[in-house]
Design a binder for this molecule. Sequence first.
Ligand code: ATP
Ligand code: MG
Length: 612
Amino acid sequence: MNRTEKATKREIGRYFIRRYLMPLKHLFALMFAFQLVFATFDAVYFAINGYVIDNFIPMGGEADYISLAIFYFAVVLTISVFCRITITLGTVIAQEIMYRIREDAFDHLQKLSFSYYDQNSVGDLLARITTDAKTYAQIIGSHLPRVLYLGSFVLGVVFYMLYLNWKIALIIFTAIPFSVFLAVVFQKKILAVSRHVMACNSKLTAAYNEGIMGVQTIRSLAKEEEFIQKFDKIADETFVYSKRSLMYVATYLPFIIASTGFGSGLLLWFGGEDVLVGVMSIGTLIVMNIYSRFLSEQILFLARTIGEMQPAQASKERLYQLLKTTVAIKDSLEIEEKVKNDYQSPELAIDGGVNKISELEFKNIDFYYKEEEPVLTNFNLKVLPGQTIALVGETGAGKSTIVSLLCRFYEPTAGEILLNGVDYRQRSLEWLQSNLGIVLQTPFLFSGTIRENIRYGDPEASDEKVMEASKVVNAHDFIIHLEKGYDTEVGEGGGQLSSGQKQLISFARAILANPQVLVMDEATSSVDPETEHLIHEGLQKVLKNRTSFIIAHRLSTIRRADRILFINQGIIEEQGSHEELMSLGEKYRELYEKQFMHYKEQEILGRSVGFN
Ligand SMILES: Nc1ncnc2c1ncn2[C@@H]1O[C@H](COP(=O)(O)OP(=O)(O)OP(=O)(O)O)[C@@H](O)[C@H]1O
Ligand SMILES: [Mg+2]
């Protein structure tokens, strides 16, 4: 390991101590105190045997067995009570840590930019948060106190043995460095392999996730074989590393056991002689023997516990990596300072405090997702207040990219997006996003009822308002026909509704928020053309005097937009009203007529029609 790696390890350690362990320092102190008493009593418990052999046996029936029994019972009782308390404290600590890590990770994931999700699989992230947080917390809650207990037990016993007979004690201890050396060597190897096992496990979870979420797509593409092969490869890799990890553990144990046996042998050899010549009592020899066995066993246990703590290091490193991933899109320090706790901060207010976005401009925008593949080059667009802008064009033209930039899901590589003439990075992210209403092609619903989902748009809204918003987007009809109406549970992620119904609900949610700027990216692509037409009828009122961007494949729905932009490879090739573009007679008209013909054909074939 080189120096930088060591430094990082120390940095990670410090971060976790400061962030997760220090806040629980009182609990730790309490647990360690109990642990210490527990260890002391545990050690005393064995010493009683020697005392009994040397003092009670020679006295025969005369000895005070009742007091002995009471004392013995008190010791055992204390041990069990303290053991129970330390385990409970350990569990509480583990739960606290796990909760805090998961909360931090969740918070952080919310802030990470979309480009992070482009590069990282959700399964991998989930595995990282759930498994790694659990591994780390449990190890801190159960292994750390155990190490302390074993450590104090071992130390106490070592001193006690030295006190009883230092020569014999030293002879027995000669076997110990050998065990320790073996432990260190093996643990290093086990750590390296356990890192691989964890990495494989998370790849496996990611593959599971993909396999389950994408099962329909995989089947429909007849890619089962390919997918299974890919999965098998990951599973094989996991197996190989898990086996190697077990092999190391299996080789390690016999070595350590042999070295402890060696210690006992030495004691009987030299200690036996001492007893014979009367230098040491039988009781002491027996206690020394019990202790020497226990000592080796406890050292072995200590070594194993430390070994088992290694995955915590691996988990800690992975969590750290996630928690420290820089948030690419966030408020600058200067803005953060101005906003403090109030994103409506008057210092950042626009339009003389009215906060009205009156003009919106994309100025000389360059953008790429991957460096070598520019999506937008010198893109310019000025939108007047209240205008409805429609973006049309072939798939991959860059329409979604344009609105993603506006929503600041991504930031322009070069150029500026201006709100009332000011770069939007001069405003807080929260302010921008709370003034934008965004409806996407693949809407996300939270678990809960339909009503709750719509109300996310405006938590204060009355039931009537929720209903009104639903009526605007034509969602009301289908909702009241559901058995429980607005109180229908949507299921996790909206799984119990059709795609079209989910779109309608997320649409109602955006409308309810009454945003200054409305962005709809294929927001109605999953509903049938007739419903889509009805939605757009209802929307006319909402769109009036509201700046909005609509992306739709069905051109019939955007005919009424103030300005239609025909985008091709990130460039506005044509723009104007529907009529203007039709009379221009070029690409837009071509696309429109192609669609018109297609719908006409469908009409003749008796399918549903939404083109008018
Ligand atoms: N997250 C991403 N990472 C990398 N490249 C992307 C990403 N999203 C889009 N692209 C690329 O950027 C280009 C523009 O994509 P965009 O999604 O803006 O097109 P679009 O006009 O919205 O298409 P569609 O009509 O299919 O929705 C495409 O070449 C696409 O491959
Ligand atoms: Mg798109």
